[in-house]
Design a protein around this ligand. Sequence first.
Ligand code: ZN
Length: 84
Amino acid sequence: MKKLVRNNYRVEVYPPDPWSRGESDEDKHKTYLQAIRKLAEEIKRHCDIGNLSVTYDTAEVCSFCSSLWESPPACCEQAVDEGS
Ligand SMILES: [Zn+2]
């Protein structure tokens, strides 16, 4: 049987999208880095930064051995036996 695992709880903050400005890939990279560094400084100063969301990752894992779930299950005898 598979189970849902919730992890990597975090707050994500998105910088402005430099892709809309028609810049080269390297310029976009530099623009993103500059933007996220500026956001990090603002967070440290407790400023209102906007575009803030709370999220976490999910993964389906085997309830017996906690391996990533595959269908049909082949990770452990218990999961294989349960499926047959
Ligand atoms: Zn398993």
